[in-house]
Design a binder for this molecule. Structure first.
Ligand code: 5GP
Ligand code: MN
Length: 333
């Protein structure tokens, strides 16, 4: 990070800090924000973590998660906090549109310094300090590396360790996807020395669910999955009726997109989630094939080579047709 010493000097005295992360925060977004919070709070700053939307309830185990403000529940206070911020940390996103509508308040606060810590392709945030590395397995890896540089004598507390490990574990799909790197394993080994309990984190993430969510998984795979091995794709649809029938909560579809990839000839998996005004799309791929390009060029989105997202404004049927016609030309098989 360039001019790190200026940031160190800036944070020597207590500041009004806002930490924000992308809409529908995942484990990396929540983990990186709370890791930074749990570190900085020791130094007398006033800190608000503000998420643009709600986040999954199963992240409540993260230390100080109850301090996170969901803008949708707390719009006025969130706005005031952003307006009063001396410095805003932007974590786990590459474009201010990913925090909409917070971007409007961030852009209005011209005196606030901005720090970007992120690992998505093509960062577009114009920040005073930037730690950006697309090779990082997660933003949590980058927050760990940031703390190493920022405070050379620092040893992560158990709270910080749990937050950082959560982002590493979720963004690497438990050390199994293309984001997995040597640093992920090295950091995890060090966090174990710092008191991290990996069984506890994995229980909270994977063994703490609801029956409805498991029944929904069976239903989605049996009824709502289209496999087209001829063009190398698998599609799962979650419509409004399913969301109602299975009482789906925020985060309940996390990981669902990966299932079609368990089939040998499926190279790309796509999840279509019907939301009130749009269809939210999640793309995952195997190997070197980049779904980021597809999301950026066709679905107003982006992300990483093997995990990206976007949106569609058409119907479910039309969106499926569009996806199939794109992949008929991609020669995946
Ligand atoms: P997911 O499919 O889990 O929602 O997102 C996969 C990855 O793509 C995440 O890293 C996420 O931040 C990114 N992503 C998801 N949706 C969008 C989007 O609309 N725009 C951009 N730029 N990135 C996205
Ligand atoms: Mn991430």
């Amino acid at each position: 990070m360039e001019n790190l010493e200026k940031l160190q000097a800036f944070l020597k005295t207590p500041k009004n800090i806002v930490i924000t992360t992308h809409q529908k925060p995942d484990g990396d977004a929540m983990g990186s924000s709370l890791a930074l919070y749990n570190y900085l709070i020791e130094f007398g700053h006033t800190i608000r973590i503000i998420t643009p939307t709600e986040f999954p309830a199963y992240f409540q185990y993260l230390p100080k998660c109850d301090e996170v403000w969901n803008y949708l529940e707390n719009p006025r206070l969130s706005q005031i906090a952003i307006e009063a911020a001396d410095i805003i940390f932007c974590l786990d996103f590459n474009d201010l549109s990913r925090v909409d509508p917070l971007n409007n308040y961030i852009e209005k606060n011209e005196k606030a310094k901005l720090v970007l810590i992120d690992h998505h392709l093509f960062p577009k945030v114009n920040a005073d300090w930037v730690l950006h590395d697309v090779k990082a397995c997660s933003t949590c890896e980058l927050v760990y590396r940031f703390l190493e540089m920022f405070d050379t004598n620092y040893t992560p507390t158990q709270s910080v360790a749990e937050c950082i490990y959560t982002g590493i574990l979720t963004d690497t799909a438990s050390f199994s996807n293309g984001a997995t790197n040597k640093k992920a394993l090295e950091i995890t080994a060090h966090l174990l020395d710092c008191g991290l309990n990996i069984i506890y984190v994995q229980e909270q993430l994977n063994q703490n669910g609801r029956e409805e969510k498991l029944r929904f998984l069976g239903h989605a795979l049996y009824r709502n999955m289209i496999i087209k091995e001829d063009i190398g794709i698998g599609i799962i649809v979650v419509d409004k009726k399913d969301a109602y029938r299975f009482n789906l909560q925020t985060g309940d579809t996390e990981g669902l997109v990966n299932y079609p990839l368990t089939i040998k000839n499926v190279k790309v998996a796509i999840l279509l989630k019907q939301e009130p005004k749009i269809i939210k799309l999640s793309f995952r791929s195997k190997g070197d094939y980049s779904v980021e390009k597809i999301c950026r060029e066709h679905f107003e989105g982006g992300g990483h080579r093997n995990a990206s997202g976007g949106r569609s404004f058409s119907t479910v049927g039309e969106t499926i047709e569009k996806i199939i016609s794109i992949f008929e030309k991609e020669n995946l098989v």
